[in-house]
Design a protein around this ligand. Structure first.
Ligand SMILES: Cc1cc2nc3c(=O)[nH]c(=O)nc-3n(C[C@H](O)[C@H](O)[C@H](O)COP(=O)(O)O)c2cc1C
Length: 364
């Protein structure tokens, strides 16, 4: 479908990871949730320049429905006061310095402007993507993309896929005329459902056949890749494993927390965006699970609420409060590596696994 040499798809917010995976023969997909149209244009121009004629993709947080808490304008000043007090007190008690008072409002306004969740904004990003000829894949997170967007992408020859954590959603994607689905088990980083990859992948493969399924959630090495193919997938889609590479967007402090984490150090929490998302467990995620913690705000307001504590924690680099989306495969990530090394190691272990499985099946 894409003419790639290696059936490894990489989700990343980082252009270096995206271009390096594509250059290594896989297909990098840029997460666009933090970008406005101008910034996205710049990132895509840069990637185009790196990848030559090779294909890459973009992923957009296209919610199938948009919620509000009574007003449309996304502004941190409109957050419920009790919620703001909860997160401020939490940081104060931990001794995490406040934002500099003279700059606070400007910093928060700047950050909150990066939270784009309206259909109008989605269309602007799609328009930018349509102008970049190497984009061959568009993936919708959080729901089946609207028909008019699918039609625009198809008219340009771009394949359209969508994330799914449930077999019913996969059927909906197929009915909407999409080209592929990414079946993502609960092990994965970011927004996830509750069904494990082991159960979800074959279920989705059977439900949407002959539509191709790419397996996501818990894939970081060759044996997991072999399992994905054994369960009927036609490619793997990885997110967490790139976070530990030298190309990744993470600061050294965050990387070293990931390298120390075990597979059970992640938690599925609504505290980041309002919808269940898997992250590294931290004192911030734990505080939201305590009795007396406020209710979660709907998307995108929980992300707005999170902006100030996130900025404070990141600036202080507080090791017990720092957190980031990461999946259970984190337990396998032990030291800094590179995108090429990850791909090489995966393919090598995949080759060995397939060979030994072949021997298992040879009967006298
Ligand atoms: C830091 C990070 C942010 C993510 N954000 C998104 C996102 O915005 N949209 C999306 O569809 N998936 C997102 N994901 C999930 C990935 O697309 C992918 O499905 C998942 O990471 C695969 O499972 P793994 O983490 O076990 O590799 C994110 C993953 C990571 C690591």
């Amino acid at each position: 479908m894409f003419g790639i040499e290696v059936p490894i798809f990489a989700f990343s917010h980082c252009r270096n990871v995206v271009s390096e995976v594509t250059r290594a023969g896989g297909l990098g997909v840029l997460g666009t949730s933090y970008y406005g149209p101008e910034a996205l244009e710049q990132e895509l121009d840069w990637i185009d320049h790196q990848v030559g004629d090779r294909p890459y993709g973009v992923n957009l947080l296209l919610a199938s429905k948009y919620e509000t808490i009574g007003q449309e304008t996304i502004d941190f000043r409109r957050l419920p006061a009790d919620h703001v007090k909860f997160v401020q007190d939490l940081c104060d008690r931990a001794g995490i310095p406040p934002l500099p008072p003279a700059e606070r409002e400007a910093m928060l306004d700047h950050e909150v402007r990066q939270i784009h969740m309206t259909p109008e904004h989605a269309q602007q990003l799609v328009d930018v993507a349509l102008r970049h000829k190497n984009i061959k894949l568009f993936v919708s997170a959080l729901g089946t993309p609207p028909k008019d967007i699918v039609d625009q992408l198809h008219a340009r020859g771009i394949k359209v896929g969508a994330m799914t954590g449930k077999v019913e959603h996969a059927r909906r994607h197929k009915a909407a005329g999409l080209d592929l689905v990414i079946a993502q088990g609960t092990e994965a980083a970011g927004h996830t459902g509750t069904v494990s990859s082991m159960v979800l992948w074959p279920e989705v493969v059977d439900a949407v056949a002959p539509m191709p399924v790419i397996a996501a959630g818990g894939v970081g090495r060759g044996r997991q890749m072999a399992a994905a193919f054994a369960l009927g997938a036609q490619g793997v889609w990885c997110g967490s494993v790139w976070l530990g590479t030298r190309e990744s967007e993470l600061e050294p402090e965050m990387k070293s927390l990931l390298f120390k984490a075990r597979s059970d150090d992640t938690v599925q929490t609504r505290s980041r965006t309002g919808k269940p998302a898997r992250m590294l467990r931290s004192k911030l995620t734990e505080a939201w699970e305590q009795p007396g913690a406020p209710t979660f705000l709907p998307m995108p307001w929980q992300s707005v609420l999170n902006t100030e504590p996130r900025l404070r924690i990141d600036r202080a680099r507080h090791p017990e409060f720092l957190t980031y989306p990461v999946g259970q495969i984190v337990g396998h990530m032990k030291e800094e590596t590179s995108v090429r090394q990850v791909i090489y190691d995966m393919l090598e272990e995949f080759g060995g696994t397939v060979e030994s499985m072949g021997q298992l099946a040879e009967f006298e």
